[in-house]
Every structure is written in structure tokens, then in C-alpha cells.
Design a protein around this ligand. Structure first.
Ligand code: 5GP
Ligand code: ZN
Length: 114
């Protein structure tokens, strides 16, 4: 999709630090990390949010979540615990309209979130 930041990262037009790439999924480090491990897990294809992805291609959503867990393992946080967050909509703080899961780990995470 034109003008989409994460589509531009998928296209290689904007640099990012990739930690995992599959045929359909990309995982890269968040530019403003909120935890020792903070990566973004996205389908390469553009969907505006997780609900749209779930409705259109639940298999791809499963690939996104599987990739997140694989990275949690390689980052060494799968045993200590991690959080996978899909901010959806303005009030939840979604700022980039290309579905992305935040994988956060490597420190204790408080609940409820802010
Ligand atoms: P949201 O607020 O939509 O849930 O999350 C968007 C995330 O994208 C934020 O955590 C923000 O730090 C990250 N982000 C914004 N611009 C860039 C960028 O150009 N590169 C990378 N790697 N992350 C970005
Ligand atoms: Zn996009």
C-alpha cells in the first residue's frame, strides 16, 4: 500500500533491523524499544489491523504468532515470559495502520498496562 511505513520497510525502502523473515512474515526491532526485547511482527501483505487480518487470512495470522514465538525463543525470553500486543485503533494507541504485534520481553511487565 502506498505511503505505508511498514510496507516501505517490507520493500526495503526504509531500513530496519530484521530478526526473522519468512515468505510472508517479517520481524524487526522497534525503533523506540520499551523493553530489552521489543520487536514488531508483521505480515508482509498490508492489512490495517489484526481484525482485518483475522477476517481475511487466519492462516497468516497464525504465521505471525508462530513467528513471534520463534523470536521469543531466539531472544531468550520464551521461558521467562513475554507479551504479544496488537494495539488496535486510536484509543489503544495504534499509530501505524499496518497490523503489527509488539513482542515485549526481558524485564518484568506490569499489569494492567497504561
Ligand atoms: P503502534 O503505536 O502503532 O502500536 O506501534 C508502532 C510502533 O512502530 C511503535 O512502537 C514505534 O516505535 C514503531 N516505529 C515507528 N516508526 C518506526 C520505524 O521507522 N522503524 C521501526 N523499526 N519502528 C518504528
Ligand atoms: Zn502496509
Amino acid at each position: 500500500m502506498a505511503e505505508c511505513l511498514f510496507c516501505a520497510i517490507v520493500a526495503g525502502e526504509i531500513p530496519a533491523t530484521t530478526v526473522l523473515e519468512t515468505d510472508r512474515v517479517l520481524v524487526f526491532r522497534d525503533i523506540n524499544p520499551q523493553a530489552p526485547t521489543h520487536v514488531l511482527v508483521i505480515p508482509k501483505q498490508h492489512y490495517p489491523d489484526v481484525a482485518a487480518l483475522a477476517a481475511a487470512d487466519s492462516g497468516l495470522l497464525a504465521e505471525v504468532i508462530t513467528a513471534a514465538h520463534r523470536v521469543a525463543e531466539t531472544e531468550g525470553v520464551s521461558q521467562t515470559g513475554y507479551r504479544l500486543v496488537f494495539n488496535t485503533g486510536a484509543q489503544a494507541g495504534q499509530t501505524v495502520p499496518h497490523v503489527h504485534g509488539h513482542l515485549l520481553g526481558g524485564r518484568p511487565l506490569t499489569w494492567p498496562p497504561g
